[in-house]
Structure formats: structure tokens, C-alpha cells
Ligand binder design. Structure first.
Ligand code: HEC
Ligand code: HEC
Length: 337
């Protein structure tokens, strides 16, 4: 047999053969397989701005704390409706430029949440901008750094018509006569973050991937369905609390409180339901609330509003699915006129 102690040639040769075989298996074959990847039907390439936003994402090294991969294990179910597949990265794997290889967006460290589906989970530009300016303003216990250098302090009188100002709570920015304006980089970065949306696979091949998914579909996302019907509190936590906070107190200067709100406590829930369906942008000292009508069913909105109207000291009658349906139809008929 090979005597590695005396025949050093054999040692080098064997090591060489093993090295080449492993290189082929681990690097070259997968690279060829990647070449054959195709986009998912209907998948859109990154727009020019989203691609620029990706460069900001890479430059700021957001991958240090955020992944973009849903693994085929149960604990990853919350990050998407299926595990990630090579096609998901079809349009983002293009080289950034001639010097830089495609970024390893997959990430290996999850200090913060996975961002595979963040564009669907949090579609609000205002939320993302305030969060980047100071994460503590929206998530008090956050350990994410503040990206203040993506923003400028501008004298109120010098704010241009096209400048995007953000409403920052006094606690985090208190210079009378000054406003916080997002830089172009911040806007591009947010455009990129909002583009991160997991594509549905055609033909609902989802269940083949995650056996546990069936269970979630039956039980309702994150326990949103309990035995007595929809759970308004859990639905509120999933859909509204990012801005209005779990305790309904909101974030002063950015998102209004729902505790004690006249709109929430009004005997007549019409305006409250309309705000959820259509979004709300009534006051300059707050951000903009996005419309949520497409994400929530009538029954879910009834459960959420009933929760809001009976929590944090609020006291108003429950809302029925029927009430929401009427308003939704009214809005539709108004749009058709
Ligand atoms: C030191 C680690 C760290 C870095 C670096 C970091 N983040 Fe975060 N991020 C977090 C943590 C922790 C959270 C969860 C708490 C929160 O929402 O602020 C988070 C939350 C988020 C969220 C909200 C996710 C959700 O599901 O609600 C977004 C979006 C986000 N980060 C984007 C970014 C971007 C963009 C960058 C780069 C500019 C970045 N993060 C850099 C730690 C980090
Ligand atoms: C992305 C952040 C965001 C999310 C998510 C959000 N809101 Fe809002 N909401 C706002 C902002 C900003 C305003 C204030 C808009 C203004 O006055 O210009 C607001 C206003 C309101 C108001 C009016 C309160 C008052 O007294 O003026 C109600 C009620 C409300 N939201 C309910 C909800 C409910 C219920 C949900 C979940 C289904 C929800 N919001 C989700 C940002 C958000």
C-alpha cells in the first residue's frame, strides 16, 4: 500500500487528488447548477433604483445581522410561506460591478429578523425610514444601530418640495426649527427593502416543502386563530403593533396612540374601519398609515377593531364582520362612480 511516511510523492499526489475532487464537488458543479437556475414565472428583475439600494445594503453591511434565507425547518416558518430556492436569488445574484462578486445576501447571522419577506410584512416607507434613523423610536428594545448618516438635519425653511422629511419623536430629535430629511441613499435602501417579497410558487407547491406548514394553515398564523374564532389581540400584534405598539400608546411624533383615541372609541366604528381599509394621512406631525384592506379579511378587521375598542382603557361596542363588509362595499361603489 501507499507508504506516506517514506514516499512523500504519494502523500502530495493523494492530497492533490482529494483537493481537486472536493473543489469540483463543492465549487465547480454547484456553479454549473446555478447557471441553469431560472426565474420563477412572473418574477420581476430588480429595478435600477432597487439595485442601487442593494449596493447601499451591501455597503452598510446589513448582512452582518440579517439573513435572506428561509430554511426548511419549522422555526423558519415565520419568515416566509416556503423555504427559499435558488430561483429566489435569480435577479440579485448578478455581479454588482466588474470588481465585486455578487453579494452573499444569504447571511449566516440572525441578530435581527430574516428579511426575505420584509416588503410584504412591512410595506410602509415611513416606518422603514424612521426605523433606520433610530430603531429605538419604533422598537424600544431594539439593538440595531442607528443609521443617522443616511439622513440630514435641515432648517425647516430650507426643506425643498421634493425632500422627504420624516416625523421623528421629540425624544430622539429635538432641535426646534430643524427637520430630518432622508438622503437619496436612505430612499434607495428602503426601495430595495420594500422589494424583498417572497414570490408565491405557481400551483401551490408550498406544502411539499414544509410539512409543518399544513399545521400552521390549520391553526392560523402564529396562533391568530383560537378555538373561539379569530384572536384580535394576536392579529393586532401582527399587523398594527409595529407602529401603534403592543400597549396601544403609539410613538409620540410618529404613530398616534389608539388608547383613548376618539376615533377608536366612537360609538360608530365607520371611520375606524375606513382608516384600516384605506390608510390614513390626516396630520403632518404623524407619518402615513398604509391601506391594509388587501391584507385583512372582514372577519379579521372586525376582530382587530373589537380588540382595540376593549383594550388599554378603551370602551366601545364590538364590531361585527357585517359592519366591515358594508364599509368595504361602500368604498368599492364609491370608486366605481
Ligand atoms: C447589529 C445588528 C444589526 C445590523 C447591523 C442591522 N440590523 Fe436591522 N435589525 C436588527 C435587530 C436586532 C432587529 C429587530 C429589532 C428591530 O426591529 O429594530 C432589526 C430589525 C430590522 C428590520 C425590521 C424587520 C422586521 O421584521 O420587522 C429591518 C427592515 C432592518 N432591521 C433592516 C436593516 C438594514 C437595512 C440594515 C443595514 C442598513 C440593518 N437592518 C442592520 C439588527 C441589526
Ligand atoms: C406603518 C405604520 C402603521 C401601521 C402598520 C398601522 N398604522 Fe394606524 N396609523 C399610522 C399613522 C402614521 C397614523 C396617523 C396618520 C395621520 O393622522 O396622518 C395612524 C392612524 C390610525 C388611527 C387613527 C387614530 C387617531 O386617533 O387619530 C387608527 C384608528 C389606526 N391607525 C388603526 C390602525 C390599525 C387597527 C392598524 C392595524 C390593522 C394600524 N393602524 C396599522 C400608522 C400605522
Amino acid at each position: 500500500m501507499l507508504n506516506f511516511h517514506k514516499e512523500h510523492k504519494n502523500l502530495v499526489l493523494t492530497a492533490g487528488v482529494v483537493f481537486i475532487a472536493l473543489s469540483i464537488m463543492i465549487a465547480i458543479l454547484p456553479a454549473f447548477q446555478m447557471q441553469e437556475t431560472e426565474p420563477i414565472p412572473g418574477q420581476k428583475p430588480l429595478s435600477a433604483n432597487e439595485r442601487k439600494g442593494l449596493r447601499v445594503y451591501v455597503a452598510e453591511n446589513c448582512m452582518a445581522c440579517h439573513t435572506q434565507q428561509v430554511r426548511n425547518i419549522e422555526m423558519d416558518n415565520v419568515w416566509g410561506s416556503r423555504p427559499s430556492i435558488p430561483s429566489d436569488y435569480f435577479f440579485s445574484k448578478k455581479r454588482l460591478d466588474v470588481w465585486r462578486q455578487s453579494p452573499s445576501l444569504l447571511g449566516s447571522e440572525r441578530t435581527g429578523p430574516d428579511l426575505t419577506n420584509i416588503g410584504k410584512r412591512q410595506p410602509s416607507e415611513d416606518w422603514h425610514l424612521l426605523h433606520l434613523y433610530n430603531p429605538r423610536a419604533v422598537v424600544p428594545e431594539s439593538v440595531m444601530p442607528s443609521y443617522v448618516w443616511l439622513f440630514r438635519e435641515v432648517d425647516s425653511t430650507l426643506v425643498g418640495k421634493d425632500d422627504k422629511t420624516i416625523a421623528v419623536p421629540k425624544e430622539y430629535f429635538n432641535k426646534p426649527g430643524m427637520k430630518i430629511v432622508a438622503t437619496e441613499d436612505a430612499l434607495l435602501l428602503v426601495e430595495y427593502i420594500k422589494s424583498l417579497q417572497q414570490m408565491e410558487l405557481p400551483g401551490g407547491k408550498v406544502n411539499d416543502f414544509i410539512p409543518a406548514l399544513k399545521k400552521i394553515q390549520e391553526e392560523g398564523m402564529g396562533g391568530a386563530i383560537d378555538s373561539g374564532g379569530l384572536n384580535g389581540e394576536n392579529l393586532f400584534k401582527q399587523t398594527c403593533a409595529a407602529c401603534h405598539q403592543d400597549n396601544g400608546k403609539g410613538v409620540a411624533g410618529a404613530f398616534p396612540p389608539l388608547a383613548g383615541s376618539e376615533i377608536v372609541n366612537n360609538e360608530d366604528p365607520d371611520l375606524l374601519i375606513k382608516i384600516i381599509l384605506q390608510g390614513y394621512d390626516a396630520r403632518p406631525d404623524y407619518g402615513v398609515m398604509p391601506p391594509l384592506g388587501d391584507q385583512l379579511t372582514d372577519a379579521e378587521i372586525a376582530a382587530i377593531t373589537t380588540h382595540e375598542r376593549s383594550s388599554w382603557g378603551n370602551d366601545a361596542p364590538a364590531v361585527k364582520e357585517e359592519d366591515v363588509r358594508k364599509i368595504r362595499e361602500f368604498i368599492k361603489s364609491e370608486l366605481n362612480q
